[in-house]
Design a protein around this ligand. Structure first.
Ligand code: URA
Length: 238
């Protein structure tokens, strides 16, 4: 007699149909994606679906943001740290090196702040507003507010959608003007276009990009395809 099926589903392997990384081949050395598992793709499928309610969009995009923030933190350096455990043993481990801060690109990037605060207690957050200049059609800085010691911090730059890369590159330019070295910035986004990644990484090759998913490309209105539409509209229902 055969044994009854195990009630536990086996761990899901990376989705065999997921060839999204082929949209950018080879991947620039500075780009890191989340492990492309079927579970992750299931989260993306929910937030891409135009029928998904706002509540579910918030819940599932927050789950992805949390994974992205954790992955971003993995790229920060550590230093040796020795502690004594309650058993009296000495443990030679590591501790965080340096201070961090988040910088969200308004308005959609603000949606990622809570995910950062959940994993980094009392993290300092800066904000930056970049919009298209009506006359030149180029990204223009409208507002920025940073911790006064930002130049000595590692910066997690937050923007959910990397489309053309225009705003993100302008944001990096402003951070560098404020004294933050390029290699101390980690740019975190949920979905990236191959075009945006290529332009961004060519301009800032030392800056690490953590993205959840690389999509097919951009349409004529610079929306990511298949994408999820306008992240701000989906999130804030405006
Ligand atoms: N911003 C969005 O919200 N969606 C896109 O597809 C591109 C930029």
């Amino acid at each position: 007699m055969s044994s009854p099926p195990s009630p536990l589903a086996p761990p899901q392997p990376a989705h065999p149909a997921n060839t999204n990384l082929a949209h950018l081949n080879p991947l620039p050395k500075s780009v890191f994606t989340l492990p492309q598992t079927a579970q992750l793709e299931a989260l993306y499928t929910i937030i891409r679906d135009k029928e998904t309610s706002r509540g579910d969009f918030l819940f599932y995009s927050d789950r992805i943001i949390r994974l992205l923030v954790e992955e971003g933190l993995n790229h920060l350096p550590v230093v040796k740290r020795t502690v004594e455990t309650p058993t009296g043993a000495i443990y030679e481990g590591v501790g965080f090196e340096g201070k961090i801060c988040g910088v969200s690109i308004l308005r959609a990037g603000e949606a990622m702040e809570a995910g950062l605060r959940e994993v980094c207690r009392s993290v300092r957050i800066g904000k930056i507003l970049i919009q298209r200049d009506e006359e030149t059609a180029l990204p223009k800085l409208f507002y920025s507010k940073f911790p006064q010691d930002i130049a000595s911090r590692y910066v997690l730059l937050l923007d959910p959608m990397l489309a053309t890369g225009g705003s993100a590159m302008k944001a990096v330019e402003v951070l560098i003007e404020h004294g933050v070295p390029e290699e101390r910035i980690i740019f975190i986004n949920l979905i990236a276009s191959p075009e945006g990644l290529t332009t961004f990484c060519a301009k800032y090759p030392q800056l690490k990009v953590i993205t959840g998913w690389i999509d097919q490309g951009l349409n004529e209105k610079a929306y990511i395809i298949p994408g999820l539409g306008d992240f701000g509209e989906r999130r804030y229902c405006t």
